[in-house]
Design a binder for this molecule. Structure first.
Ligand SMILES: [Fe+2]
Length: 322
């Protein structure tokens, strides 16, 4: 059921020369020229509201997906060891990875009032900051291109789009796909549908609404209120997934409705809030995060586990603890 990991790719030693011309390519091209067909434009910014993954299945199968958000990969406070561990787990187990915004932190440009000289990695401390963010990200994530299935926007990527008029996320996806990936560029919000089919024609599906998130989350309520608000404005989802507030929880809401036979039915809506990979609290002595009274935050990813019956999908979500 789950895709087999391409071990040759993940176990072969990484060679910088594999992508030696990539940074230059990305630095010099920001408008979507296809590398293989440089006379053709690629519409990398086309974002579809719904993406469907189709799989064959038999009753009793389990399908697992890694959900992660708020990587803030380029921030020196990103726990890359943990991130790499989770990506490797997905690769070794052949799991698809979905990323729900803020893959980039991207706060160190000259336009950004939040920039600090201590908060930039040396390889990004260049006069081509945004280009190098994209180029180094493609290098770093390339070993996982077979597993990353969808990458959506967060407020950090859309902030760059607004202030600098370049779409670093679309450029990242294009760079990965140009190396052989098959990654869908998601939206700030959208839908993912898993459609499972049997050779006999039987089929079940699972529908997830994703949204990066908005608002501050709340020190006490931790983003639960906005998740409940989503229940008021979005119907039909089996699961609702948000990130953004760097909290970690999942919960089940049960809603009542009438089916076509006018019989009351109860339906579960699984809600997930994935944490982050940026550890900003440290020892609690200083820094913007500490001074504004923000608490230590959980790190990591979630597993969405779909247990497939002949007529129904039973789902649960839990932190990826290896
Ligand atoms: Fe974030």
């Amino acid at each position: 059921m789950e895709r087999k990991a391409h071990y040759w790719r993940h176990h072969r030693p990484y060679r910088l020369s594999d992508y030696s011309d990539l940074r230059h390519y990305l630095a010099s091209s920001s408008i979507g020229l296809c590398r293989h067909h440089p006379d053709q434009f690629v519409n990398v910014r086309e974002v579809k509201p719904v993406h469907v993954f189709t799989h064959q299945y038999k009753a009793g199968d389990t399908h697992r997906i890694v959900l992660m958000s708020d990587l803030h990969w380029d921030n020196p406070k990103c726990n890359r060891d943990l991130l790499k561990r989770d990506l490797e787990y997905a690769a070794h187990n052949g799991l698809n990875i979905l990323i729900n915004g803020d893959l980039f932190c991207a706060m160190q440009g000259r336009y950004d009032g939040r920039r600090m000289k201590s908060d930039i990695r040396p390889e990004h401390n260049t006069s081509t900051y945004l280009d190098d963010l994209v180029g180094t990200a493609v290098e770093w994530f390339a070993p996982y291109m077979d597993n990353i299935a969808l990458v959506g926007y967060g407020n950090h990527e859309t902030s760059i789009l607004k202030n600098c008029e370049t779409d670093i996320l679309a450029r990242f996806v294009r760079g990965m796909n140009d190396q052989g990936g098959n990654i869908v560029l998601g939206g700030y919000g959208g839908w993912v549908v898993w459609s499972f089919r049997m050779p006999s024609g039987n089929a079940v599906s699972y529908r997830m609404k994703y949204f990066h998130g908005s608002g501050g989350g709340g020190v006490v309520t931790r983003g639960v209120i906005s998740a409940q608000r989503m229940l008021a404005q979005v119907h039909g989802q089996s699961c609702a997934w948000q990130g953004h507030v760097h909290e970690s929880w999942s919960m089940v809401n049960v809603v009542e409705s009438l089916n076509n036979n006018h019989t009351p039915i109860l339906r579960e809506v699984l809600q997930i809030r994935t944490p982050c990979y940026k550890e900003e609290y440290g020892d609690g002595t200083k820094g913007w995060h500490v001074m504004r009274g923000a608490p230590p935050k959980p790190l990591g990813a979630y597993i969405l586990e779909l247990n497939l019956g002949s007529r129904k999908v039973n789902a649960r979500a839990y932190p990826l603890n290896i």
